[in-house]
Design a protein around this ligand. Sequence first.
Ligand code: DGT
Ligand code: CA
Ligand code: CA
Ligand code: ZN
Length: 575
Amino acid sequence: MARPNAEVEALLREYADLVAITGGDAFRARAYEKAARAIGGYPADISALDAEELRQIPNVGRSIADKVAEYLRTGTMAVVEERRARIPAGVRELIAIPTLGPKKALRLYEDLHISSVDQLAAAVEADALADLKGFGEKTQDNIRHGIELLRQAGARVPLPRALDTAEEIVGELSAVPGCERCAYAGSLRRMRETVGDLDVLVAAGRSAPFMEALCGLPATAEVIARGTKKTSVRTGEGLQVDLRVVPPRSWGAALQYFTGSKGHNIRTRTLAVHRGLKLSEYGVFDTGSGESVASRTEEEVYARLGLPWIPPVLREDRGEIEAALGEGLPELVTERDIRGDLHTHTDLTDGLAPLEVMVEAAAGRGYAYYAVTDHAPDLSMQRMTKEKVLAQRERLRELDGTRHGMRLLHGTELNIGPDGEVDWPREFLAGFDLCVASLHSHFDLGRAAMTRRLVRACENPCVHLIGHPTTRLIGRRPGVDADWDEVFAACARTGTALEVNAQPDRLDLCDEDILRARAQGVKFAVNSDAHCVPHLAHLRFGVGTAQRGWLTGEDVVNTWPLARLRRFLRKDGRG
Ligand code: DGT
Ligand code: CA
Ligand code: CA
Ligand code: ZN
Protein backbone atom coordinates (compact mmCIF):
# COMPACT_ATOMS: atom_id res chain seq x y z
CA MET A 1 0.00 0.00 0.00
CA ALA A 2 1.24 3.47 -0.75
CA ARG A 3 2.54 5.02 2.45
CA PRO A 4 0.59 8.32 2.24
CA ASN A 5 -2.66 6.39 1.86
CA ALA A 6 -1.87 4.39 4.99
CA GLU A 7 -0.91 7.53 6.90
CA VAL A 8 -4.09 9.36 5.97
CA GLU A 9 -6.15 6.26 6.74
CA ALA A 10 -4.62 6.11 10.23
CA LEU A 11 -5.17 9.82 10.81
CA LEU A 12 -8.82 9.71 9.74
CA ARG A 13 -9.41 6.69 11.94
CA GLU A 14 -7.87 8.52 14.85
CA TYR A 15 -10.11 11.50 14.16
CA ALA A 16 -13.17 9.25 14.00
CA ASP A 17 -12.21 7.75 17.36
CA LEU A 18 -11.60 11.15 18.93
CA VAL A 19 -14.95 12.43 17.63
CA ALA A 20 -16.65 9.38 19.14
CA ILE A 21 -14.85 9.75 22.47
CA THR A 22 -15.63 13.45 22.79
CA GLY A 23 -19.27 12.69 22.22
CA GLY A 24 -19.46 14.04 18.68
CA ASP A 25 -22.31 12.68 16.63
CA ALA A 26 -22.01 9.04 15.68
CA PHE A 27 -22.85 9.75 12.06
CA ARG A 28 -19.85 12.04 11.74
CA ALA A 29 -17.50 9.48 13.30
CA ARG A 30 -18.79 6.84 10.90
CA ALA A 31 -18.31 9.13 7.90
CA TYR A 32 -14.64 9.54 8.82
CA GLU A 33 -14.30 5.82 9.45
CA LYS A 34 -15.68 5.09 5.98
CA ALA A 35 -13.46 7.68 4.33
CA ALA A 36 -10.46 6.16 6.13
CA ARG A 37 -11.28 2.75 4.71
CA ALA A 38 -11.82 4.15 1.24
CA ILE A 39 -8.48 5.96 1.22
CA GLY A 40 -6.65 2.97 2.69
CA GLY A 41 -8.24 0.85 -0.02
CA TYR A 42 -7.61 3.31 -2.84
CA PRO A 43 -5.31 1.66 -5.38
CA ALA A 44 -3.31 4.76 -6.42
CA ASP A 45 -1.00 6.93 -4.31
CA ILE A 46 -3.12 9.85 -3.08
CA SER A 47 -0.23 12.21 -2.39
CA ALA A 48 -0.38 13.69 -5.89
CA LEU A 49 -4.12 14.45 -5.72
CA ASP A 50 -5.69 17.83 -4.98
CA ALA A 51 -8.93 18.32 -3.03
CA GLU A 52 -11.02 18.12 -6.19
CA GLU A 53 -9.46 14.79 -7.22
CA LEU A 54 -9.69 13.43 -3.69
CA ARG A 55 -13.44 13.93 -3.83
CA GLN A 56 -13.64 11.39 -6.64
CA ILE A 57 -12.76 8.67 -4.10
CA PRO A 58 -15.94 6.98 -2.86
CA ASN A 59 -17.05 8.13 0.63
CA VAL A 60 -14.79 11.19 0.52
CA GLY A 61 -16.90 14.37 0.60
CA ARG A 62 -15.82 17.97 0.31
CA SER A 63 -15.02 18.58 3.95
CA ILE A 64 -12.93 15.42 4.31
CA ALA A 65 -11.18 16.01 0.99
CA ASP A 66 -10.19 19.51 2.16
CA LYS A 67 -8.76 18.12 5.39
CA VAL A 68 -6.79 15.44 3.56
CA ALA A 69 -5.45 18.02 1.12
CA GLU A 70 -4.44 20.17 4.07
CA TYR A 71 -2.55 17.22 5.55
CA LEU A 72 -0.83 16.41 2.27
CA ARG A 73 0.18 20.08 1.91
CA THR A 74 1.25 20.86 5.49
CA GLY A 75 1.85 17.53 7.21
CA THR A 76 -0.83 18.15 9.84
CA MET A 77 -4.60 18.26 10.08
CA ALA A 78 -5.75 21.07 12.36
CA VAL A 79 -8.95 19.39 13.58
CA VAL A 80 -7.00 16.33 14.67
CA GLU A 81 -4.47 18.46 16.53
CA GLU A 82 -7.31 20.25 18.36
CA ARG A 83 -8.87 17.00 19.56
CA ARG A 84 -5.52 15.53 20.47
CA ALA A 85 -4.98 18.50 22.77
CA ARG A 86 -8.21 17.65 24.62
CA ILE A 87 -7.84 13.88 24.88
CA PRO A 88 -4.58 12.15 25.85
CA ALA A 89 -3.47 9.47 23.39
CA GLY A 90 -3.86 6.82 26.09
CA VAL A 91 -7.62 7.33 26.21
CA ARG A 92 -7.85 6.32 22.59
CA GLU A 93 -5.83 3.24 23.52
CA LEU A 94 -8.68 2.31 25.84
CA ILE A 95 -11.19 1.86 23.04
CA ALA A 96 -8.88 -0.73 21.50
CA ILE A 97 -9.97 -2.95 24.40
CA PRO A 98 -12.65 -5.25 23.02
CA THR A 99 -16.12 -4.35 24.44
CA LEU A 100 -14.99 -0.95 25.79
CA GLY A 101 -16.71 1.76 23.75
CA PRO A 102 -15.89 5.46 23.41
CA LYS A 103 -18.52 6.55 25.98
CA LYS A 104 -17.05 4.32 28.67
CA ALA A 105 -13.54 5.44 27.79
CA LEU A 106 -14.50 9.08 28.26
CA ARG A 107 -16.21 8.33 31.58
CA LEU A 108 -13.08 6.54 32.81
CA TYR A 109 -10.98 9.52 31.84
CA GLU A 110 -13.26 12.22 33.21
CA ASP A 111 -14.26 10.53 36.45
CA LEU A 112 -11.15 8.55 37.33
CA HIS A 113 -8.45 10.24 35.21
CA ILE A 114 -7.60 6.90 33.62
CA SER A 115 -5.65 7.46 30.43
CA SER A 116 -3.84 4.22 29.69
CA VAL A 117 -4.52 0.50 29.52
CA ASP A 118 -2.10 -0.07 32.40
CA GLN A 119 -3.93 2.42 34.61
CA LEU A 120 -7.22 0.78 33.75
CA ALA A 121 -5.87 -2.68 34.57
CA ALA A 122 -4.65 -1.39 37.93
CA ALA A 123 -8.02 0.27 38.62
CA VAL A 124 -9.89 -2.97 37.88
CA GLU A 125 -7.59 -4.89 40.20
CA ALA A 126 -8.05 -2.29 42.95
CA ASP A 127 -11.82 -2.53 42.47
CA ALA A 128 -11.90 1.21 41.77
CA LEU A 129 -14.61 0.97 39.10
CA ALA A 130 -17.29 -0.44 41.35
CA ASP A 131 -18.91 2.94 42.10
CA LEU A 132 -18.90 4.11 38.53
CA LYS A 133 -22.33 4.01 36.89
CA GLY A 134 -22.52 1.49 34.04
CA PHE A 135 -19.50 -0.50 35.22
CA GLY A 136 -21.12 -3.50 36.90
CA GLU A 137 -19.58 -6.91 37.54
CA LYS A 138 -20.19 -8.10 33.99
CA THR A 139 -18.63 -5.00 32.44
CA GLN A 140 -15.61 -5.33 34.67
CA ASP A 141 -15.21 -8.98 33.68
CA ASN A 142 -15.40 -8.00 30.04
CA ILE A 143 -12.80 -5.31 30.56
CA ARG A 144 -10.48 -7.70 32.37
CA HIS A 145 -10.81 -10.27 29.58
CA GLY A 146 -10.43 -7.58 26.91
CA ILE A 147 -7.19 -6.31 28.44
CA GLU A 148 -5.87 -9.85 28.49
CA LEU A 149 -6.63 -10.32 24.78
CA LEU A 150 -5.08 -6.99 23.93
CA ARG A 151 -1.92 -7.83 25.85
CA GLN A 152 -1.55 -11.24 24.25
CA ALA A 153 -1.38 -9.62 20.83
CA GLY A 154 -0.33 -6.30 22.32
CA ALA A 155 3.35 -5.90 21.77
CA ARG A 156 3.32 -7.94 18.58
CA VAL A 157 2.90 -6.29 15.21
CA PRO A 158 0.67 -7.56 12.39
CA LEU A 159 2.49 -9.22 9.51
CA PRO A 160 1.86 -6.60 6.78
CA ARG A 161 3.14 -3.71 8.88
CA ALA A 162 6.24 -5.65 9.87
CA LEU A 163 6.82 -6.61 6.24
CA ASP A 164 6.47 -3.03 4.95
CA THR A 165 8.98 -1.77 7.50
CA ALA A 166 11.38 -4.65 6.88
CA GLU A 167 11.31 -4.17 3.12
CA GLU A 168 11.94 -0.48 3.51
CA ILE A 169 14.91 -1.08 5.83
CA VAL A 170 16.38 -3.84 3.67
CA GLY A 171 16.03 -1.54 0.65
CA GLU A 172 17.88 1.29 2.38
CA LEU A 173 20.67 -0.85 3.83
CA SER A 174 21.21 -2.68 0.54
CA ALA A 175 22.09 0.68 -1.01
CA VAL A 176 24.87 1.38 1.52
CA PRO A 177 28.31 0.92 -0.11
CA GLY A 178 29.99 -2.30 0.98
CA CYS A 179 26.75 -4.25 1.40
CA GLU A 180 27.21 -7.77 0.04
CA ARG A 181 23.95 -9.26 1.31
CA CYS A 182 20.98 -7.93 3.24
CA ALA A 183 17.81 -9.73 4.33
CA TYR A 184 15.34 -9.97 7.16
CA ALA A 185 15.32 -13.13 9.29
CA GLY A 186 13.37 -14.07 12.46
CA SER A 187 9.66 -14.69 12.71
CA LEU A 188 8.93 -12.43 9.74
CA ARG A 189 10.94 -14.66 7.42
CA ARG A 190 8.99 -17.61 8.83
CA MET A 191 5.78 -15.64 8.07
CA ARG A 192 4.38 -15.90 11.57
CA GLU A 193 1.01 -14.16 11.87
CA THR A 194 2.42 -11.50 14.18
CA VAL A 195 5.98 -10.34 14.70
CA GLY A 196 7.66 -9.45 17.99
CA ASP A 197 10.63 -7.62 16.51
CA LEU A 198 12.48 -7.42 13.21
CA ASP A 199 15.81 -9.18 12.80
CA VAL A 200 17.77 -7.72 9.90
CA LEU A 201 21.09 -9.13 8.71
CA VAL A 202 23.82 -7.57 6.59
CA ALA A 203 26.91 -9.28 5.22
CA ALA A 204 29.76 -6.78 4.90
CA GLY A 205 33.42 -6.25 5.78
CA ARG A 206 32.75 -3.20 8.00
CA SER A 207 29.71 -2.78 10.22
CA ALA A 208 29.87 0.92 11.16
CA PRO A 209 28.27 2.35 7.99
CA PHE A 210 25.23 0.10 8.43
CA MET A 211 24.74 0.87 12.11
CA GLU A 212 25.01 4.53 11.21
CA ALA A 213 22.52 4.16 8.36
CA LEU A 214 19.97 2.32 10.50
CA CYS A 215 20.09 4.99 13.22
CA GLY A 216 19.58 7.69 10.61
CA LEU A 217 16.65 6.15 8.74
CA PRO A 218 13.41 8.17 8.55
CA ALA A 219 11.58 5.22 10.10
CA THR A 220 13.86 5.22 13.17
CA ALA A 221 12.42 7.10 16.14
CA GLU A 222 14.75 5.97 18.92
CA VAL A 223 18.09 4.18 19.22
CA ILE A 224 17.90 1.51 21.93
CA ALA A 225 21.48 0.21 21.80
CA ARG A 226 24.28 0.78 19.37
CA GLY A 227 27.24 -1.57 19.00
CA THR A 228 29.57 -2.95 16.35
CA LYS A 229 27.90 -6.36 16.04
CA LYS A 230 24.35 -5.45 16.85
CA THR A 231 22.29 -2.29 16.91
CA SER A 232 18.67 -2.04 18.06
CA VAL A 233 16.29 0.81 17.25
CA ARG A 234 12.59 1.46 17.60
CA THR A 235 10.46 2.80 14.75
CA GLY A 236 7.83 5.51 15.09
CA GLU A 237 5.21 2.77 15.07
CA GLY A 238 6.89 1.14 18.09
CA LEU A 239 8.47 -1.79 16.28
CA GLN A 240 11.94 -2.84 17.47
CA VAL A 241 14.55 -3.61 14.82
CA ASP A 242 17.70 -5.62 15.59
CA LEU A 243 20.41 -5.23 12.98
CA ARG A 244 23.37 -7.58 12.92
CA VAL A 245 26.31 -7.18 10.56
CA VAL A 246 28.24 -10.38 9.90
CA PRO A 247 31.31 -11.20 7.80
CA PRO A 248 30.27 -12.41 4.34
CA ARG A 249 31.70 -15.88 4.92
CA SER A 250 29.28 -16.38 7.87
CA TRP A 251 26.19 -15.29 5.94
CA GLY A 252 24.51 -18.70 5.63
CA ALA A 253 25.12 -19.69 9.24
CA ALA A 254 23.91 -16.32 10.56
CA LEU A 255 20.80 -16.37 8.39
CA GLN A 256 20.02 -19.90 9.56
CA TYR A 257 20.57 -18.99 13.22
CA PHE A 258 18.61 -15.74 13.27
CA THR A 259 15.72 -17.11 11.23
CA GLY A 260 14.94 -19.54 14.03
CA SER A 261 12.68 -20.65 15.40
CA LYS A 262 14.39 -21.35 18.66
CA GLY A 263 12.84 -24.83 18.66
CA HIS A 264 14.11 -25.57 15.17
CA ASN A 265 17.60 -24.33 16.09
CA ILE A 266 17.76 -26.60 19.09
CA ARG A 267 17.05 -29.55 16.79
CA THR A 268 19.65 -28.52 14.20
CA ARG A 269 22.29 -27.99 16.88
CA THR A 270 21.57 -31.45 18.31
CA LEU A 271 21.89 -33.00 14.86
CA ALA A 272 25.26 -31.27 14.50
CA VAL A 273 26.48 -32.66 17.83
CA HIS A 274 25.54 -36.20 16.74
CA ARG A 275 27.75 -35.72 13.70
CA GLY A 276 30.74 -34.49 15.69
CA LEU A 277 30.04 -30.91 14.68
CA LYS A 278 29.18 -27.66 16.39
CA LEU A 279 26.64 -25.26 14.87
CA SER A 280 26.58 -21.57 15.74
CA GLU A 281 25.71 -18.28 14.06
CA TYR A 282 29.30 -18.26 12.72
CA GLY A 283 29.23 -21.61 10.98
CA VAL A 284 29.42 -25.38 11.28
CA PHE A 285 32.67 -26.40 12.96
CA ASP A 286 34.45 -29.71 13.34
CA THR A 287 34.45 -30.40 17.09
CA GLY A 288 37.87 -32.05 16.94
CA SER A 289 39.85 -29.61 14.83
CA GLY A 290 37.72 -26.51 15.43
CA GLU A 291 37.82 -25.90 11.70
CA SER A 292 34.87 -24.31 9.90
CA VAL A 293 33.32 -26.77 7.46
CA ALA A 294 30.33 -24.74 6.23
CA SER A 295 28.98 -21.21 6.71
CA ARG A 296 28.61 -19.33 3.44
CA THR A 297 25.07 -20.34 2.44
CA GLU A 298 22.12 -21.87 4.26
CA GLU A 299 22.08 -24.76 1.77
CA GLU A 300 25.69 -25.57 2.71
CA VAL A 301 24.89 -25.46 6.42
CA TYR A 302 21.88 -27.76 6.12
CA ALA A 303 23.77 -30.12 3.80
CA ARG A 304 26.48 -30.54 6.42
CA LEU A 305 23.79 -31.65 8.86
CA GLY A 306 22.54 -34.22 6.34
CA LEU A 307 19.44 -32.17 5.53
CA PRO A 308 17.96 -30.56 2.43
CA TRP A 309 17.40 -26.80 2.68
CA ILE A 310 14.24 -26.32 4.77
CA PRO A 311 11.84 -23.50 3.84
CA PRO A 312 11.68 -20.94 6.70
CA VAL A 313 7.87 -21.30 6.99
CA LEU A 314 8.43 -24.89 8.15
CA ARG A 315 11.11 -24.14 10.76
CA GLU A 316 8.94 -24.52 13.86
CA ASP A 317 10.00 -27.97 15.06
CA ARG A 318 6.66 -29.39 13.97
CA GLY A 319 8.07 -32.45 12.25
CA GLU A 320 10.12 -30.75 9.52
CA ILE A 321 13.39 -32.33 10.67
CA GLU A 322 11.86 -35.81 10.71
CA ALA A 323 10.28 -35.25 7.28
CA ALA A 324 13.55 -33.92 5.86
CA LEU A 325 15.39 -36.98 7.15
CA GLY A 326 12.63 -39.39 6.13
CA GLU A 327 9.78 -39.20 3.63
CA GLY A 328 10.77 -35.75 2.39
CA LEU A 329 9.45 -32.22 2.82
CA PRO A 330 6.10 -31.19 1.33
CA GLU A 331 6.15 -29.33 -1.97
CA LEU A 332 4.56 -26.19 -0.56
CA VAL A 333 1.86 -24.25 -2.37
CA THR A 334 3.16 -20.91 -3.71
CA GLU A 335 1.41 -17.68 -4.63
CA ARG A 336 2.11 -18.46 -8.27
CA ASP A 337 0.17 -21.73 -7.98
CA ILE A 338 -3.05 -19.88 -7.09
CA ARG A 339 -5.23 -19.75 -10.20
CA GLY A 340 -8.07 -17.74 -8.76
CA ASP A 341 -9.61 -16.08 -5.72
CA LEU A 342 -12.84 -17.65 -4.45
CA HIS A 343 -14.04 -15.13 -1.86
CA THR A 344 -14.30 -11.45 -2.84
CA HIS A 345 -16.74 -8.56 -2.51
CA THR A 346 -17.92 -5.58 -4.53
CA ASP A 347 -19.76 -2.37 -3.69
CA LEU A 348 -23.03 -4.24 -4.12
CA THR A 349 -22.53 -5.07 -0.42
CA ASP A 350 -19.71 -3.84 1.79
CA GLY A 351 -16.91 -3.76 -0.78
CA LEU A 352 -15.57 -0.43 -1.99
CA ALA A 353 -15.09 -1.06 -5.71
CA PRO A 354 -17.61 -1.88 -8.45
CA LEU A 355 -17.65 -5.32 -10.05
CA GLU A 356 -15.87 -4.11 -13.20
CA VAL A 357 -12.98 -2.63 -11.22
CA MET A 358 -12.48 -5.75 -9.09
CA VAL A 359 -12.60 -7.98 -12.17
CA GLU A 360 -10.10 -5.82 -14.03
CA ALA A 361 -7.69 -5.89 -11.08
CA ALA A 362 -8.07 -9.65 -10.65
CA ALA A 363 -7.32 -10.21 -14.33
CA GLY A 364 -4.26 -8.00 -13.89
CA ARG A 365 -3.02 -10.50 -11.30
CA GLY A 366 -3.08 -13.18 -13.96
CA TYR A 367 -5.90 -15.27 -12.51
CA ALA A 368 -7.52 -17.96 -14.66
CA TYR A 369 -10.78 -17.64 -12.70
CA TYR A 370 -12.32 -15.35 -10.10
CA ALA A 371 -15.38 -15.66 -7.89
CA VAL A 372 -17.52 -12.74 -6.73
CA THR A 373 -19.19 -13.61 -3.43
CA ASP A 374 -21.13 -10.68 -2.03
CA HIS A 375 -23.02 -11.02 1.26
CA ALA A 376 -26.43 -12.71 1.42
CA PRO A 377 -29.58 -11.06 2.90
CA ASP A 378 -29.51 -12.46 6.46
CA LEU A 379 -26.69 -10.04 7.18
CA SER A 380 -29.38 -7.40 7.07
CA MET A 381 -27.18 -4.32 7.11
CA GLN A 382 -25.97 -5.35 3.66
CA ARG A 383 -29.48 -5.03 2.18
CA MET A 384 -28.98 -7.80 -0.33
CA THR A 385 -31.98 -8.96 -2.40
CA LYS A 386 -32.62 -11.63 -5.02
CA GLU A 387 -33.15 -8.93 -7.63
CA LYS A 388 -29.84 -7.27 -6.88
CA VAL A 389 -27.85 -10.46 -6.93
CA LEU A 390 -29.48 -11.64 -10.16
CA ALA A 391 -28.71 -8.32 -11.81
CA GLN A 392 -25.12 -8.75 -10.69
CA ARG A 393 -25.10 -12.24 -12.18
CA GLU A 394 -26.26 -10.89 -15.53
CA ARG A 395 -23.51 -8.27 -15.58
CA LEU A 396 -20.95 -10.84 -14.48
CA ARG A 397 -21.91 -13.21 -17.30
CA GLU A 398 -21.36 -10.37 -19.76
CA LEU A 399 -17.88 -9.76 -18.37
CA ASP A 400 -17.02 -13.47 -18.24
CA GLY A 401 -13.96 -14.23 -20.35
CA THR A 402 -13.55 -10.68 -21.59
CA ARG A 403 -10.51 -9.82 -19.44
CA HIS A 404 -7.48 -11.84 -20.57
CA GLY A 405 -9.82 -14.82 -20.86
CA MET A 406 -10.34 -14.93 -17.07
CA ARG A 407 -13.45 -16.94 -16.20
CA LEU A 408 -15.90 -15.55 -13.65
CA LEU A 409 -17.80 -17.54 -11.07
CA HIS A 410 -20.91 -16.09 -9.52
CA GLY A 411 -21.02 -16.82 -5.84
CA THR A 412 -22.28 -15.50 -2.55
CA GLU A 413 -21.16 -15.47 1.06
CA LEU A 414 -23.98 -17.05 3.05
CA ASN A 415 -24.57 -16.60 6.76
CA ILE A 416 -24.61 -19.75 8.84
CA GLY A 417 -27.57 -19.29 11.19
CA PRO A 418 -27.51 -20.51 14.80
CA ASP A 419 -29.07 -23.83 13.70
CA GLY A 420 -26.69 -24.31 10.76
CA GLU A 421 -29.18 -23.18 8.12
CA VAL A 422 -28.21 -20.59 5.51
CA ASP A 423 -29.89 -17.78 3.53
CA TRP A 424 -32.18 -18.37 0.56
CA PRO A 425 -33.97 -21.58 -0.46
CA ARG A 426 -32.03 -24.45 -2.04
CA GLU A 427 -33.44 -23.87 -5.54
CA PHE A 428 -32.15 -20.35 -5.49
CA LEU A 429 -28.75 -21.39 -4.14
CA ALA A 430 -28.41 -23.92 -6.95
CA GLY A 431 -28.14 -20.97 -9.35
CA PHE A 432 -24.77 -19.92 -7.90
CA ASP A 433 -21.50 -21.38 -9.13
CA LEU A 434 -20.08 -21.25 -5.63
CA CYS A 435 -21.37 -20.67 -2.09
CA VAL A 436 -19.09 -19.66 0.75
CA ALA A 437 -20.78 -19.96 4.15
CA SER A 438 -19.50 -18.08 7.19
CA LEU A 439 -20.37 -17.35 10.81
CA HIS A 440 -21.26 -13.70 11.25
CA SER A 441 -23.32 -13.80 14.46
CA HIS A 442 -24.11 -15.91 17.56
CA PHE A 443 -20.49 -16.57 18.48
CA ASP A 444 -21.26 -17.81 22.00
CA LEU A 445 -23.49 -20.83 21.44
CA GLY A 446 -21.36 -23.21 23.45
CA ARG A 447 -19.20 -26.00 22.13
CA ALA A 448 -21.79 -28.67 21.33
CA ALA A 449 -24.25 -26.36 19.58
CA MET A 450 -21.47 -24.64 17.65
CA THR A 451 -20.10 -27.99 16.46
CA ARG A 452 -23.58 -29.11 15.34
CA ARG A 453 -24.08 -25.81 13.56
CA LEU A 454 -20.85 -26.08 11.58
CA VAL A 455 -21.34 -29.76 10.75
CA ARG A 456 -24.85 -28.96 9.54
CA ALA A 457 -23.48 -26.28 7.23
CA CYS A 458 -20.96 -28.75 5.80
CA GLU A 459 -23.76 -31.24 5.16
CA ASN A 460 -25.64 -28.68 3.08
CA PRO A 461 -25.03 -29.73 -0.56
CA CYS A 462 -25.09 -26.06 -1.61
CA VAL A 463 -22.26 -25.03 0.72
CA HIS A 464 -18.86 -25.51 -0.89
CA LEU A 465 -16.57 -23.64 1.40
CA ILE A 466 -16.60 -22.46 5.03
CA GLY A 467 -15.29 -18.88 5.14
CA HIS A 468 -12.97 -17.69 7.95
CA PRO A 469 -13.99 -20.79 9.92
CA THR A 470 -13.18 -19.76 13.51
CA THR A 471 -13.99 -16.04 12.94
CA ARG A 472 -11.17 -14.99 15.25
CA LEU A 473 -9.79 -11.48 14.90
CA ILE A 474 -6.14 -11.45 15.88
CA GLY A 475 -5.72 -9.52 19.12
CA ARG A 476 -9.40 -8.61 19.31
CA ARG A 477 -11.60 -11.69 19.35
CA PRO A 478 -10.81 -15.34 20.02
CA GLY A 479 -12.13 -17.98 17.65
CA VAL A 480 -15.47 -19.63 18.44
CA ASP A 481 -15.45 -22.74 20.58
CA ALA A 482 -16.23 -25.96 18.71
CA ASP A 483 -15.02 -29.52 18.51
CA TRP A 484 -12.85 -28.75 15.53
CA ASP A 485 -11.74 -32.31 14.91
CA GLU A 486 -15.38 -33.23 14.44
CA VAL A 487 -15.90 -30.28 12.10
CA PHE A 488 -12.79 -31.21 10.11
CA ALA A 489 -14.04 -34.78 9.79
CA ALA A 490 -17.36 -33.46 8.47
CA CYS A 491 -15.54 -31.32 5.91
CA ALA A 492 -13.54 -34.29 4.68
CA ARG A 493 -16.61 -36.52 4.56
CA THR A 494 -18.85 -34.05 2.71
CA GLY A 495 -16.24 -32.54 0.38
CA THR A 496 -16.56 -29.09 1.90
CA ALA A 497 -13.41 -26.99 1.72
CA LEU A 498 -12.14 -24.84 4.56
CA GLU A 499 -10.92 -21.36 3.90
CA VAL A 500 -7.53 -19.95 4.71
CA ASN A 501 -8.73 -16.35 4.83
CA ALA A 502 -5.82 -14.08 3.92
CA GLN A 503 -7.01 -10.88 5.62
CA PRO A 504 -4.05 -10.14 7.87
CA ASP A 505 -6.18 -9.68 10.99
CA ARG A 506 -7.92 -13.00 10.36
CA LEU A 507 -5.51 -15.59 8.90
CA ASP A 508 -8.26 -18.06 9.60
CA LEU A 509 -7.79 -21.02 9.68
CA CYS A 510 -4.45 -20.53 11.39
CA ASP A 511 -1.40 -22.71 10.75
CA GLU A 512 -2.01 -25.14 13.61
CA ASP A 513 -5.66 -25.72 12.69
CA ILE A 514 -4.64 -26.26 9.07
CA LEU A 515 -2.22 -28.97 10.16
CA ARG A 516 -4.97 -30.73 12.09
CA ALA A 517 -7.52 -30.44 9.30
CA ARG A 518 -5.06 -31.57 6.65
CA ALA A 519 -4.33 -34.69 8.65
CA GLN A 520 -8.00 -35.60 8.21
CA GLY A 521 -7.87 -35.12 4.45
CA VAL A 522 -9.67 -31.76 4.27
CA LYS A 523 -9.25 -29.56 1.16
CA PHE A 524 -8.65 -25.83 1.45
CA ALA A 525 -9.11 -22.59 -0.47
CA VAL A 526 -6.74 -19.67 0.11
CA ASN A 527 -8.77 -16.49 -0.49
CA SER A 528 -8.28 -12.76 -0.05
CA ASP A 529 -11.87 -11.91 1.05
CA ALA A 530 -11.01 -8.63 -0.72
CA HIS A 531 -13.30 -5.66 -0.11
CA CYS A 532 -11.23 -3.39 -2.37
CA VAL A 533 -8.48 -3.69 -4.99
CA PRO A 534 -5.44 -3.51 -2.69
CA HIS A 535 -6.84 -6.35 -0.56
CA LEU A 536 -6.37 -8.75 -3.48
CA ALA A 537 -2.64 -8.62 -2.75
CA HIS A 538 -3.22 -9.83 0.83
CA LEU A 539 -3.36 -13.27 -0.70
CA ARG A 540 0.37 -13.65 -0.01
CA PHE A 541 -0.32 -13.69 3.75
CA GLY A 542 -2.85 -16.47 3.26
CA VAL A 543 -0.35 -18.41 1.18
CA GLY A 544 2.26 -17.92 3.91
CA THR A 545 -0.19 -19.29 6.46
CA ALA A 546 -1.06 -22.22 4.19
CA GLN A 547 2.64 -22.97 3.83
CA ARG A 548 3.05 -22.88 7.60
CA GLY A 549 0.28 -25.47 7.62
CA TRP A 550 2.33 -27.63 5.21
CA LEU A 551 -0.19 -27.34 2.36
CA THR A 552 0.70 -28.39 -1.18
CA GLY A 553 -1.05 -27.45 -4.41
CA GLU A 554 -2.96 -30.71 -4.23
CA ASP A 555 -4.52 -29.61 -0.91
CA VAL A 556 -5.67 -26.21 -2.20
CA VAL A 557 -8.64 -26.29 -4.59
CA ASN A 558 -7.99 -22.86 -6.07
CA THR A 559 -4.68 -24.05 -7.50
CA TRP A 560 -6.60 -26.58 -9.58
CA PRO A 561 -7.62 -26.09 -13.20
CA LEU A 562 -11.19 -24.79 -13.51
CA ALA A 563 -12.63 -28.09 -14.76
CA ARG A 564 -11.34 -29.92 -11.70
CA LEU A 565 -12.52 -27.14 -9.40
CA ARG A 566 -16.01 -27.38 -10.94
CA ARG A 567 -16.09 -31.11 -10.28
CA PHE A 568 -15.19 -30.41 -6.65
CA LEU A 569 -17.98 -27.84 -6.46
CA ARG A 570 -20.50 -30.52 -7.38
CA LYS A 571 -19.75 -32.02 -3.96
CA ASP A 572 -20.24 -35.53 -5.24
CA GLY A 573 -16.94 -36.79 -3.90
CA ARG A 574 -15.29 -37.04 -7.29
CA GLY A 575 -13.12 -33.91 -6.94
P1 DGT B 1 9.55 -12.77 17.54
O1 DGT B 1 10.58 -11.70 17.35
O2 DGT B 1 9.08 -12.90 18.93
O3 DGT B 1 8.40 -12.63 16.60
O4 DGT B 1 10.22 -14.18 17.19
P2 DGT B 1 11.65 -14.52 16.59
O5 DGT B 1 11.65 -15.94 16.22
O6 DGT B 1 12.03 -13.53 15.53
O7 DGT B 1 12.61 -14.38 17.84
P3 DGT B 1 13.81 -13.39 18.22
O8 DGT B 1 13.68 -12.07 17.54
O9 DGT B 1 13.89 -13.39 19.69
O10 DGT B 1 15.10 -14.14 17.69
C1 DGT B 1 15.33 -14.32 16.32
C2 DGT B 1 15.90 -15.67 16.08
O11 DGT B 1 17.20 -15.76 16.66
C3 DGT B 1 15.12 -16.78 16.74
O12 DGT B 1 14.04 -17.22 15.95
C4 DGT B 1 16.15 -17.83 16.91
C5 DGT B 1 17.41 -17.06 17.19
N1 DGT B 1 17.65 -16.97 18.63
C6 DGT B 1 17.53 -15.91 19.42
N2 DGT B 1 17.83 -16.21 20.68
C7 DGT B 1 18.15 -17.51 20.69
C8 DGT B 1 18.55 -18.43 21.70
O13 DGT B 1 18.69 -18.09 22.86
N3 DGT B 1 18.78 -19.71 21.33
C9 DGT B 1 18.64 -20.10 20.03
N4 DGT B 1 18.85 -21.36 19.70
N5 DGT B 1 18.26 -19.29 19.07
C10 DGT B 1 18.03 -18.00 19.38
CA1 CA C 1 12.20 -11.28 15.84
CA1 CA D 1 15.11 -10.05 17.76
ZN1 ZN E 1 -16.40 -12.07 2.94
